[in-house]
Design a protein around this ligand. Structure first.
Ligand SMILES: [Zn+2]
Length: 239
């Protein structure tokens, strides 16, 4: 059964005593001129529902964390950037409260690269100070990589893959007439520089958005959902 934390009454929650929970985490960030600002929230929230349906066990979906660390693209209108330390403090306390309410296994479905490092630090801290076991999944890079390479020539931020995903999930939100292409590979070295960031995202796109189709998105999302279900089952069998 799927339960949604914010839709249960307190009494229902008490009787349910959920042990397995899914927390979608994203951000509000510019995705070119053609994708919604909430792309990184919309995708993991959709995945959470599909994964919960396919898991075959009781699972509770937490209200998503909608605001994240969007430092790189903060300069673009529409982006909302939360500083790392504020995000970490806030999300850490959400995790601690989830644990205090009896959850033992938490899957964080992350939709935004700017949150990854922060979530890892928090998960380490919380799992070592409590008995909460945590699995973090960056949906676009931790699963279905073979499928991703098979389907997409130029994936990337607001690129072929992300645009196809939103076309499959919420087609009415995609404005393909404004889709643009920009291809610049990420540097292999860990370089931190405003110059490089500007070259990577001159218009908040890196990839070939114009190659996106809903069919590619559907094929990709099916693989993503199936592999996440597998990963969660493996996680639950190990902890
Ligand atoms: Zn995104």
């Amino acid at each position: 059964m799927i339960y949604r934390w914010e839709e249960l009454t307190g009494k229902e929650f008490e009787l349910l005593k959920p042990e397995i929970a899914i927390l979608p985490v994203g951000t509000i960030e510019r995705h070119g001129d053609h994708l919604p600002l909430g792309t990184d929230n919309i995708v993991p929230s959709w995945i959470a529902e599909k994964v919960a349906e396919g898991l075959g066990t009781d699972v509770i979906i937490l209200p998503k964390i909608s605001y994240g660390v969007t430092a790189t693209l903060a300069k673009f209108p529409g982006s909302i950037n939360i500083p790392s330390e504020v995000f970490m403090h806030y999300v850490k306390h959400v995790l601690l409260e989830v644990f205090r309410n009896g959850v033992k296994y938490l899957v964080i479905l992350n939709g935004h690269g700017g949150n990854t490092r922060e979530l890892q630090v928090i998960a380490k801290e919380v799992s070592s100070s409590t008995n909460l076991s945590i699995l973090i999944i960056d949906w676009w890079r931790d699963v279905a990589q073979q499928k991703r390479h098979e389907i997409f020539q130029y994936p990337g931020h607001a690129g072929e893959d992300e645009t196809s995903a939103i076309m499959a999930i919420r087609p009415e939100l995609v404005k393909m007439e404004y889709a643009k292409d920009h291809m610049m590979p990420y540097p292999a070295l860990k370089i931190y520089s405003k110059k490089i960031e500007n070259e990577l995202f001159p218009e908040a796109v890196n990839g070939k958005a114009t190659l996106a189709t809903p069919e590619k998105g559907k094929e990709y999302m099916v693989a993503v959902v199936n592999e996440i279900i597998k990963a969660i089952k493996e996680f639950l069998s190990k902890v």
